[in-house]
Structures are given as C-alpha cells and as structure tokens.
Design a protein around this ligand. Structure first.
Ligand SMILES: Nc1ncnc2c1ncn2[C@@H]1O[C@H](COP(=O)(O)OP(=O)(O)O)[C@@H](O)[C@H]1O
Ligand SMILES: [Mg+2]
Length: 324
C-alpha cells in the first residue's frame, strides 16, 4: 500500500463535533483531556479520536457500499462522493473512495497524481491485485484512483470470457471488511462498467439537478437500474439526492415537490443547495467543512442520514454518561 502525504484535512472541528454532540466546546475539551488523555490545544480532531468517542457512545457505523451514478455529467456526482466521504471520515468512519471515471476528477480532488498508478483496469487484467491499487490518504481513508487507462475498461469487460458483471464486486469483496463506507464515483454513462458497479452496490445514489434534462435522465437511469435488478436478481436500494437546489428558482421547488410525490422515501430528505463555497478539491488544503456555507450544512446532514448518525437523541443517556 502506498502512502500519500498525511493531512489534517480529515479532521472535524471541535466546534462541529461539540455541536453534533450537543455539548459546549469547553466540555468536549475537558472530556478529551480526562477520558482520552488527549492534551492537544488543536481546534480539530483526527478521525481516530472521534471514532473512540463514538464507540464509547455505542454508535456503530453501518457498513455500506454506495455508488453515485447518473448518466448526465455535471450533476455533482464527484462533489457528492467527495463530501460525503470526507464528512463520514471526519465522523470517524473508515472510508474507501473508488474512482472509476477515467476523467479522474475525484482522484485529482483528493490530491493524488494518478498517471502512473495502477487503476481498476489493472485489477481486471490481473496486472495488479486490488490491495496494490489502494492508496492510503489517512489512517482510515483510502482511495483506489482512476486515470485515462480506465477508458478501455468497458471494452475489456465486454470482451472478457469471465463473468464481467462481477468485475467490481469480486475484487471488492477481498477488502470490503476494512471499511465502513465504500463510495464509488462513476462516469456519466449507461455502461458495462456501471452495470458491474451496480451489481457491487448496496445503494445506488442518484444526484438530480433541478432542470428538465436532469429529470429525464433520472427516469432513464431508474428504468435501466430496474432492468439490471431483474436481470441479475439484485436488491440494491436506489436513493435520489437533489443537488444544486436554488431557493430563488421556481423549478427547484417544483422538482422537490415532484420528487417527494414520486419517490417518497427514496428521496433523501436533506437536499443540497447551490453554494459558491462548493469546492471540488482539497488541493487548496481546505475542504467544504473547513468553512461555513449552506452546502457544508447540507452535506453534513446527508452524511448523517446516510451513515445513520442522527439517532443521538436516543443515546442521550449514554452521552451524558460520557460527558459527565
Ligand atoms: N451545491 C453546489 N453548488 C454549486 N456548485 C456545485 C454544487 N455541487 C456541484 N457544483 C459544481 O458543479 C460542477 C459539476 O460537479 P461535479 O461533482 O464535477 O459533477 P459530476 O461528477 O456529476 O460531473 C462542479 O464545478 C462543481 O463544483
Ligand atoms: Mg464526476
């Protein structure tokens, strides 16, 4: 396993964590000193410590494999993978990012130069094992990068004699247990690769933008997913995430209403508002979560919803126990 430069980018601010735990920051600091012998004056906490705090509270991270798909480009697939993954890692989850888009936006966003690195194609062609493709970004945050070589993945899969539909799932099974959350970013296409991704997914997350083409794309994508479900006898869940919601635009409200009528519980209850703060890169040494913005709050809520981290009121007793 290769190691990229270690960054405090995956740390959650003490303010954010205290607010999540519904306790004053001073209390959190005290607690860290007393119970975790953590004497840092730092304003943020590494995932390891957050994980310990959560584990003491009895919070388990549900294990999930989520792919983000949509045949239309520019709908915020990569942004969604990046920010849910970052936030889940900040909450202490063990996260694996998998980039399967040959454009490698996710890889680039995570600060990795991938031209000479092995990618999923190399796993399929048996040139590298899946473990050899994993890059460590932080102690519990990994990436399987992408680069242009993956642009022939589709053809290689279709020409292969082996069971191409297993091309993602089978290698993934080898390393799956190392992670709580596996997030797969995909190219905008209905392709053999994306079918294999769907076969490996427990949840297919579909970002939807408030525009007509996006709505039509969603219908097409959902039909295709139904076909795949039938053909392969699968039972993955589909979830729709409304992104680039603009409160000043009528169509944003219309599509929100239409979605909740049509898709009910398949629609993620938080939606992502447009925000000039959305950055598709951590190369600036700052993530969305190091500033303040509507998109930060929105992705925080979506991450909690997906990771099941919203039950804290039920854990109050335990929390009080911990913070007393
Ligand atoms: N909530 C948002 N507000 C403003 N811009 C956004 C938001 N989400 C994504 N973007 C921008 O939209 C563009 C496309 O996003 P991206 O995640 O690359 O889409 P995809 O991966 O589906 O092609 C990027 O420039 C990104 O910064
Ligand atoms: Mg993308």
């Amino acid at each position: 396993m290769m190691s990229a430069e270690k960054a405090p980018l995956f740390e959650i601010s003490l303010n954010d964590l205290a607010s999540y735990l519904e306790i004053p920051v001073s209390e959190l600091r005290e607690d860290l000193k007393e119970k975790y012998s953590y004497n840092s004056t730092s304003i943020s906490l590494p995932p390891e410590i957050v994980r310990q705090i959560f584990s003491k509270r009895g919070i388990v991270y549900p294990k999930k494999v989520i792919s983000v798909q949509m045949l239309k480009g520019g709908v915020a697939k990569t942004t969604t993978v990046l920010n849910i993954g970052l936030r889940a890692a900040m909450y202490g989850a063990r996260v694996l990012f998998i980039d399967l888009d040959q454009q490698a936006n996710l890889t680039y966003s995570l600060g990795v130069e991938s031209e000479d690195l092995p990618v999923w194609l190399d796993i399929v062609e048996k040139k590298h094992t899946v473990e050899q493709c994993v890059i460590s970004l932080e102690s519990h945050v990994d990436l399987i990068p992408s680069n242009l070589n993956n642009s022939v993945l589709d053809r290689v899969l279709l020409n292969s004699n082996r069971n191409w539909a297993q091309a993602i799932q089978a290698p993934l099974n080898i390393i799956k247990n190392n992670y709580d959350l596996i997030l797969i970013d995909t190219a905008p296409a209905l392709s053999a690769t994306n079918t294999a991704v769907t076969v490996a997914s427990e949840i297919v997350l579909l970002p939807l933008n408030p525009d007509k083409f996006s709505w039509l794309g969603l219908q097409k994508n959902l039909q295709e997913l139904e076909e795949i479900k039938k053909d392969f006898g699968l039972n993955f869940a589909t979830q729709i995430l409304l992104t680039k919601f603009d409160a000043r635009e009528k169509f944003s409200h219309e599509i929100l209403q239409k979605c909740s009528q049509h898709y009910g519980s398949n629609l993620i209850s938080s939606y992502i508002r447009t925000s000039s703060e959305v950055k598709n890169t951590i190369r600036t040494q700052k993530t969305l979560f190091h500033g303040r913005s509507t998109a930060k709050d929105d992705y925080d809520l979506v991450t909690r919803e997906i990771m099941g981290l919203n039950q804290k009121s039920q854990d109050k007793g335990e929390l009080n126990e911990l913070t007393r």
